[in-house]
Design a protein. Structure first.
Length: 512
């Protein structure tokens, strides 16, 4: 999906924007940070008083004290006085809903729920400020990706300021030492990857004389099929446009090509035959315990898998691949690029001028200086510098005590805006570079910010019909005709209504 289209899709933002874990919001002042220069012949103006901002947030730690050094530095930088209501993370959702129902809202609220109908209703009722028209006024907020910001829109308007995070995090890991043992080069295509999986299954890649390895590790979620393999084949991320309608990816021919790729692996026993019984953790163990040679997962998992494998087999060597090209070239799936965002209450932010001060705080926090405070803390206490690179000071800094982990949740901009970290290992540096490269070719969900009432009501029933059909096709229990029959059942059970509702929302967002 191209950027011009994404920039038009700003429907029902609260739905997607609230899908992940949303973080606490803070606010402050733009015009209060520094006085205007004095006019010639006149004395300088008195510095503006700090802007007080009230924020409700969550913490997995003890509540941050008012004299916390990081808090004081952030306040000094932004000329603010931050007043937090800290809520234990385990109780935050209940507290959020109760606060929303009370009507007595703090200026800035952390939303930490998925597609919360209460929030959507509150947006419709005018409880929150529309912030979209103001973002262009701020040098740092205006730099944020419109593709991502538009996933946090609602009926064409932006109410939630999203928290940017890596979105295109899936990469491929394979046993490089196994490939070397078998004389196999790094895969360049999906066909190469399938051949490698087959060889890892059949040709004793670990040279232990036993038939005890498989090529490709998967779980019942089939996450790599939906997020990676089908996207490599040219399919959409979750939902796409087909015949002028918004349709889920499993209805597209590209997704079917991905299923056929899986079906071939399964028939050749190159994928774990019990994938439909395993969760994601068990899938990872196949790789870390030296049973499987290929796994596709998010960057954080891949870093952990590599470390855990070395504990089991110190001589192991893992190779990493950013992705594999298909008919439409190299493409990457995305989770949307956010971990939530912040809402700004009209009942406690009375004027536009006050809102601008609060957005100004987020703008300042989104600067390199602000992001370094929020993510890393204070120089020579929480970290040290080696040249231009930051090194966390693990001997002096305990994040649970200093509060760094809590203030990190205030960050809106991407972590890479702050002072660059010194890579802790060549492997992690390589993986991070691949994730960054994937961001440039990320495929967004065209329905990411859209709401289907039918999907909300019948989602579990519809998902079961779809999931059962996909698993049965991969296992060879049904053929193409059987899969198409299951899709018709899905449509009759409510799928057709889902398509109609999402299509109507999509066209409405584009002014059609």
């Amino acid at each position: 999906m191209n950027k011009s289209t994404m920039n038009k899709i700003t429907a029902t933002a609260m739905a997607t924007a609230l899908t992940g874990t949303l973080l606490a919001g803070c606010s402050s002042s733009t015009d209060g940070a520094s006085p205007k220069p004095a006019e010639s012949g006149k004395p300088a103006a008195t510095a503006a008083a700090p802007t007080t901002i009230k924020i409700m947030s969550q913490t997995a730690l003890d509540p941050i004290k008012d004299d916390n050094p990081i808090k004081l530095e952030i306040e000094k930088m932004s000329n603010t006085k931050l007043e937090f209501t800290w809520v234990p993370a385990t109780a935050y959702n209940d507290k959020f809903n109760a606060t929303l129902a009370s009507g007595e809202l703090p200026q800035v609220m952390l939303a930490n729920t998925a597609r919360n109908a209460n929030v959507v209703n509150a947006v419709k009722a005018g409880a929150f400020w529309e912030i979209g028209p103001y973002l262009k006024q701020f040098p740092n907020l205006s730099k944020m990706s419109l593709d991502v910001i538009n996933t946090a829109s609602y009926e064409g308007k932006i109410f939630l300021l999203p928290r940017f995070r890596d979105g295109a995090r899936h990469i491929i890991a394979y046993r490089k030492d196994w490939a070397k043992n078998l004389g196999i080069a790094e895969p360049k295509t999906l066909d190469d990857l399938a051949k490698m999986a087959k060889a890892f299954t059949e040709n004793d890649p670990d040279k232990n004389g036993k038939n005890d390895t498989i090529g490709y590790a998967e779980s019942v979620s089939l996450d790599a099929l939906s997020r990676d393999i089908s996207v490599y084949f040219g399919g959409p991320m979750n939902n796409g446009i087909m015949n002028d309608q918004v349709v889920p990816n499993f209805l597209t021919p590209e997704y079917f090509e991905g299923m056929k790729w899986y079906r071939s692996l399964y028939a050749g026993k190159a994928i774990n035959q019990d994938f439909a019984l395993l969760n994601t953790a068990q899938q990872g163990e196949l790789f870390t315990k030296g049973k499987a040679g290929i796994i596709i997962s998010v960057d954080s998992n891949q870093k952990t898998y590599q470390k855990d494998l070395l504990k089991v087999d110190p001589s192991s060597d893992v190779g990493f691949i950013q992705g594999l090209p298909g008919p439409k070239g190299l493409r990457a799936s995305t989770t949307g690029g956010t971990l939530g965002g912040y809402l700004f209450a009209k009942s406690s932010i009375k004027t536009e001028a006050e809102l601008l001060k609060i957005l100004g705080f987020f703008d300042k926090l989104s600067s390199p200086e602000g992001m370094t405070f929020a993510y890393r803390g204070i120089k020579d206490v929480d970290y040290k510098m080696e040249g231009n690179l930051l090194v966390p000071n693990v001997t002096l800094s305990d994040e649970a005590k200093t509060g760094t982990a809590a203030f990190r949740e205030l960050a809106v901009a991407h972590a890479n805006v702050g002072t660059p970290l010194k890579p802790d290992s060549p492997v992690n540096e390589l993986i991070s570079s691949m994730v960054a490269a994937n961001e440039k070719i990320a495929v967004f969900d065209v329905a990411g910010a859209l709401i289907s009432t039918t999907k909300n009501e019948k989602g579990p029933e519809l998902d079961k019909i779809k999931a059962d059909a996909i698993v049965k096709f991969i296992m060879g229990q049904i053929d193409e005709a059987g899969y198409k029959k299951a899709l018709e059942d899905w449509k009759k059970a409510g799928g057709d209504k889902v398509i109609a509702e999402l299509t109507a929302e999509y066209k409405k967002a584009q002014g059609k």
